[in-house]
Design a protein around this ligand. Sequence first.
Ligand code: GUN
Length: 299
Amino acid sequence: MTATVIDGKAFAGTVREKVAAHVARLKEENGITPGLAVVLVGEDPASQVYVRSKGKQTVEVGMNSFEHKLDADTSEEDLLALLDKLNADETVHGILVQLPLPKHLNEDLVINRIDPAKDVDGFHISNVGLLGTGQKSMVPCTPLGCLMMLRDHHGSLSGLNAVVVGRSNIVGKPMANLLLKDSCTVTIAHSRTKNIEEVCKQADIVVAAVGRPEMVTGDWIKPGATVIDVGINRIPHPTEEGKTKLVGDCDYASCAEVAGAITPVPGGVGPMTIACLLANTLTACCRANGLAEPEGLTA
Ligand code: GUN
C-alpha cells in the first residue's frame, strides 16, 4: 500500500481562505475587524521568525495585527501590565505570548494573566480545564489543525482507535482530549509505555508528537491507518555533508508504505498551526461580539 498524502500546506490555504471570507463579511455586515496581538520578549531567532510569519498572515486574511516587541530584560510587572492593557482593549480579540520566555519570567503566571476568552493559544488553565471537561473553550492551534485534517479525511472519527504518542501540554494532552470529544478510543503513549510498537499497531489513527526524529517506523503502523506527524526535527543530512534535513517523528518512507494516509514533514501539520491561530482569533472575535462562530474552523 502507498499512503494518500495529506497536504497540510494546501489545507492551510483553504483554512485561510475561509477565515478571510468570514473576516470580510464581519467588516461589511458588522463593522468589526478581528485583531490579534502577539507579544515577543527578547530576541530568540526562531521566535522572531514565527512572530513575523504570524503578523504577515494575520494581515493577509484582513485582520489587524498588533506586535509588541519587548526587551529580553523586561520585568514581569511590565509584561503583566501590557497583558492587562491588551485584555481591556476592545480592538484586540486574540492575545498570544510567544514561548519560550526568558528564564526570569514565570511562564504559567504570564499565560494565566491573559483573558481566557482572548487566549488564542488555548494555554490558559481555564481553557485547559474546559477542554478536559468537554466544554467550549479556546483550543491549542496544533492539535486543532490535526483534528481538522483527521475530520476532513475520515468524516466521522467516532469509534476509531487513536494513539497519541507524546504527553506534552501543548500537543499530546489537548490532542487526546479533542479525539475523545470526537468519540475516539484514545490511548496516550510516551517514553515509559511498554510495548509501544504493539500499542501503536492497534491504532486506526496515530498522532506522533514526541520530538524524537523518525521514532515511529512502518512496523508500528496497522495497514491502512492514518498517521499524523507533528514532529519538526533538524538532523544531519544523511548524504550531503555539512547540511541538515527536516524530519518528523515518523520515518516517512517506511510509514507511507503501510499507512492509508500520512502527513509529510515539511508540508503537513506545520502550516496548519498558524492557519488555526487565525481561525481561533476569528472565533474569539465572533464570541466576543455575540455572533455565530465560523463553521468548520472550531473544535
Ligand atoms: N512557541 C512555539 N510554539 C508556540 C505556540 O504554539 N504558541 C506560543 N505562544 N509560543 C510557541
